[in-house]
Design a protein around this ligand. Sequence first.
Ligand code: NAD
Length: 274
Amino acid sequence: MEPTRTTDPFEIDFRKKFELNDKVVVITGACGLVGKAFCEAAAQFGAHIVVADIPQSDPAAFAAKLEERHDRKMLGVALDVADRGEVEQLKTAVLDAFGKIDGLVNAHQNKSHLIFEPFEEVTDENWDTVVHINLKGTFLTCQLLGGWMAQNGGGSIINIPSTYSVVAPNQNLYKGTSLGCPSAYSASKGGIDALSRYLASYWASKKVRVNMITPHGVWNNHEKQFEENFARFSPLERLSYNHEVAGALVYLLSDASSYVTGDNMLVEGGWTVW
Ligand SMILES: NC(=O)c1ccc[n+]([C@@H]2O[C@H](COP(=O)([O-])OP(=O)(O)OC[C@H]3O[C@@H](n4cnc5c(N)ncnc54)[C@H](O)[C@@H]3O)[C@@H](O)[C@H]2O)c1
């Protein structure tokens, strides 16, 4: 939608700018910790949500729950985002169901089954799996769904890198815990950051805005020592909650952010500020 050409703010309905009424928003990793909050937040602002996740997460069931809560058509699609054929099928299913795509949110992730292996022990297989799902999955959905938006008047893409593609993990954070941050994860997220900036420039003339949200330390019943360590290093002295990440999503999906592209919105409690 073209912005109103005015200098008079009284002409603007600022609340309406945040509405997502009738927008069709595809969210990958939609059944995850952050993905679910993204789905519910965008649905509360009026969107039709396409819940895309692996079959084991049962995206159809979560889509049905959203449909019931919001009394609005939703769609669940089971897929592997790193499989071109399955992403093609996702695109077909969305267009068959809704006839358009307004938003794409890439919230899937894989950290490998050996989540916190030391760098010296990373195998080719683990490296490839993490990069394949995180980075190639984002490439494929951007190319196929974002490509449709570019040909059809525009839209909003939000990709999710990580604090650990902005700064390195502070190894002291993990002292006394079983946790860590794998190198392949950081590297794959750095690729997502670069790809997002590339596409923000590449598709600007097609009215596809491409932005990022960087969450950090989203609480998920972490072990006590980790939570204590995290509080010591965080300016806001605590972990975040999934619902605190979702406000940024509504903003970036909506017309409220019509002049924002190529941005990485840090929802990290000031982690990288000092
Ligand atoms: N949780 C955090 O603290 C945090 C911090 C920084 C960045 N992030 C990023 O935010 C996003 C959401 O994180 P989260 O905590 O909700 O993760 P999560 O692990 O809870 O959810 C990830 C979802 O991705 C899905 N998924 C995995 N492989 C897939 C595939 N091949 N195809 C389709 N779906 C697949 C999983 O089934 C899961 O539902 C991720 O990109 C993550 O890297 C999270």
